[in-house]
Unconditional design. Structure first.
Length: 718
């Protein structure tokens, strides 16, 4: 073999032939660097060359990086990923391999193990015995300082043992599996937890692709169940991947894992430095990193021997990547599991309807944990009918909720007030001319922020200084703030509950967010007001009262999942309370107390909600019954865009099973200065929408200024 086809990690739709220098020994999947135009690019040896080009005319591969290569399973996964998500192979590959030279990492830390043969030769002091006891298991490799820390023995004692040859240098391992400690933080599982864990463990041992849903209310011990399965995976010396929807949640899990297993999991997310990324990538490839927790992109790591995939909070919409390469990480994780032949464990208290249907159709196995652990009870959820409440100008907290808050504070317990809207007021209006302050680049209103005074566009980030007069009619002092954001609620809380410790938390907080969450957990804060970032994952033992200012907020938009999303969000928020001995209550302020979402939250009848919502979806042949895809076209020039849309429309291929709607202006017609139009495709589940779209748009010549985005299974309809 003198030449080979190389797939480049760029937009390229296909592989190109390169000649192989005599000195290189290349396998399919090997990572290589090649010249391309006047650059050098990374790629992989993709397949045997089939072209009849003369090798002498081909450019030469510059180098490979043994032992680094992608496995056959990964290559199959890349092919599927590219086909399914409608991205070129090269663009998909780019997600999987490092973009710069794969230099070898430095092995800087020396680790040691016990030399059993020389133990007899030394006098046993109590300090030395401690070290020997720790290290007796031949599989333990630790650095000198770790040994000293673990045993509480002076560093000098450890050094002496090294000098005497009792501790000898071992191999470098990045994630030391401390086998003795796997049980360190282990809890006695209850019988529901135990039988759930056993089912997953059987599947791990059989190396079987099986899909599980651990379904149980918040605090029912779901995490402990998958910990048990991970323990088994570690014992088999295989790798575990735990996916989380957001980086902010990894912190808490990191700490728990450290306590439970005595090892630090590897955290993978987009904020890592280049060299850290490269180091982790290499460790995962060598199989040295045994337990990885991370956001979406950890799916693309080169696992050597994967044993289990866990998708925590599987229903979370953050799993859908909206920018760049569009894909749904939950769905891709399931497909990865099928290529790797490992169990995929989904975890949620409010599973997505997709997953609910898959359980009903017996595709996924449900592992049910019906009760909260210990004495904790689920919170009592009440609705507050805002139609019955007196309307008081500039007040959003009902009298009923205020009374509950006051009683909670009197008991020295904590309160959480939730409103999913950042800033002070969502709309600024001129009372003279009626002008609404809009973003010049998007079709949305600017949101007033007062903590950091500015008018900000929540679509694109554009901001303006707050002005004294109307930008349109120039009347002075005529602008009024309409409606509440959390900053305005904070103002009301400060005025109402004098002397209470109050904090506000949203994505605007930045660095101090961590401190606020800590203070809330330790009880320093009496009332926390926040957006959805406080809805998940956090555990505040003394929180017993949750108030939702506008429970109807998420239901207004035309999203097909609006009701489902609202249900999940409000359930999560309510679930922050009563997690230990103190009983919790949650109050939903609403104008539609009879809405199925509100009703099922109040009666805690989840199945009824699923039933009703599934029926609606079935009637409309919408997901999870039918399939959707969206094509979004945008340009700065609207007439050019409309002309092109008509051309695309004229080319719609006929089909019995696919309905194409549009082109219609997107609900946010203008964003970041670009006009946007959408096509929506609806089809039965079995239809191959990707093939249809390919056939449709393949031959349409697109002006270069127009951006065309294909979104398979859209979750975002604006
Ligand atoms: P979930 O993931 O369902 O929210 P967790 O696994 O986080 O639930 O468990 C909730 C709390 O109960 C945690 O503090 C956990 O340590 C504790 N817990 C879980 N299982 C047990 C058990 N079998 N015995 C004692 N405590 C448990
Ligand atoms: Zn904007």
């Amino acid at each position: 073999m003198k030449k080979i086809s190389v797939l480049l990690a760029t937009n390229a739709p296909k592989a190109y032939d390169y000649s192989i220098p005599e000195s290189l020994n290349l396998e399919i999947g090997a990572i290589v660097r090649v010249p391309f135009r006047n650059r050098e690019l990374m790629g992989i040896a993709w397949e045997e060359s089939t072209e009849r080009f003369d090798e002498s005319k081909l450019k030469e591969i510059i180098q490979n990086y043994p032992p680094y290569r992608l496995s056959n399973q990964t290559i199959d996964f890349i092919k599927f990923f590219s086909r399914y998500n409608f991205v070129t192979l090269g663009r998909a590959l780019k997600l999987f391999i490092p973009q710069d030279y794969l230099v070898e990492k430095k092995k800087s830390i020396k680790t040691y193990k016990l030399d059993h043969n020389s133990i007899e030769a030394i006098k046993k002091t109590s300090a030395r015995s401690k070290v020997i006891d720790l290290m007796r298991d031949g599989e333990i490799f630790l650095s000198a300082s770790e040994i000293s820390k673990e045993t509480n023995v002076a560093y000098s004692v450890v050094k002496k043992l090294i000098e005497n040859g009792i501790l000898i240098e071992g191999e470098y391992v990045s994630q030391k599996i401390f086998k003795k400690k796997l049980y360190k933080g282990k809890l006695d599982l209850n019988s529901d937890q135990f039988s759930a864990a056993q089912k997953i463990i059987t599947s791990i041992k059989d190396k079987k692709f099986e899909r599980f849903l651990i379904d149980g209310v918040t605090g029912s011990g779901k995490t402990e169940v998958y910990f048990e399965a991970i323990e088994e995976t570690l014992r088999l010396d295989r790798q575990s991947l735990v996916l989380l929807p957001e980086i902010s949640l990894t912190e808490g899990l990191f700490e728990r894992i450290k306590i439970r297993f005595g090892i630090e999991p590897v955290m993978w997310h987009s904020d890592l430095t280049k060299s850290k990324r490269r180091e982790i990538w290499q460790d995962v490839f060598r199989g040295e990193s045994k337990l990885v927790i991370g956001a979406r992109s950890s799916l693309f790591l080169p696992f050597k021997d994967l044993g289990i995939i866990v998708i925590d909070e599987e229903h979370d919409h953050s799993y859908k990547q909206q920018e760049g390469v569009i894909y749904h990480a939950r769905d891709m994780a399931i497909s990865l599991g099928s290529y790797e032949k490992v169990p995929v464990v989904m975890v949620s208290a409010t599973p997505s309807l997709e997953t609910v249907l898959n359980v009903r159709e017996d595709k996924y196995k449900k592992l049910h944990l019906p009760d909260r652990i210990g004495e904790a009870k689920l919170p009592a959820v009440h609705s507050i009918d805002m139609r019955d409440e007196a309307y008081i100008k500039n007040q959003w907290i009902s009298e009923r909720l205020k009374t509950e808050i006051k009683e909670t504070l009197d008991r020295e317990e904590q309160v959480l007030i939730f409103l999913n809207r950042r800033g002070y007021a969502p709309l600024t209006l001129c009372k003279k001319c009626g002008y609404r302050v809009e973003c010049p680049k998007c079709d949305s209103y600017l949101v007033e922020h007062r903590f950091n005074p500015k008018l900000i566009c929540h679509q694109c980030g554009f901001s303006l200084k707050i002005s004294q007069s109307c930008p349109d009619c120039h009347t002075k002092d005529s602008l009024i703030a309409c409606g509440p954001g959390i900053e305005r609620i904070t103002e009301e809380v400060i005025n109402t509950f004098k002397g209470a410790n109050i904090a506000t938390l949203s994505s605007d907080n930045g660095k101090d967010a961590h401190q606020i969450l800590k203070d809330m957990a330790s009880g320093l804060i009496d009332i926390l007001i926040g957006t959805q970032i406080i809805s998940k994952g956090h555990h505040f033992p003394r929180l017993t009262c949750v108030g939702v200012i506008d429970a109807d907020l998420g239901m207004a938009n035309g999203d097909l999942r609006a009701a489902e999303k609202t249900y999940q969000l409000l359930h999560q928020v309510s679930g922050r309370t009563g997690r230990e001995k103190l009983p919790g209550k949650s109050f939903l302020q609403t104008y539609f107390p009879s809405h199925p979402v509100i009703r099922s939250l109040v009666t805690s009848e989840r199945e009824g909600f699923h039933e009703a919502e599934l029926n609606i979806r079935k009637k409309g042949n919408l997901p999870p019954y039918g399939k959707l895809a969206a094509i979004i076209l945008s340009d700065t020039d609207s007439s050019k865009l409309i002309k092109f849309c008509n051309k695309v429309k004229a080319a719609i291929p006929g089909s019995d099973s696919i309905i194409v709607l549009g082109p219609a202006p997107a609900p946010i017609t203008k964003a970041r200065g670009r006009f946007r139009y959408r096509f929506l495709l609806k089809a039965d589940k079995k239809t191959n929408l990707q093939k249809y779209i390919d056939f449709w748009i393949k031959n349409i010549r697109k002006p270069s200024s127009i951006k065309l985005t294909i979104d398979i299974d859209p979750y975002y309809f604006l």
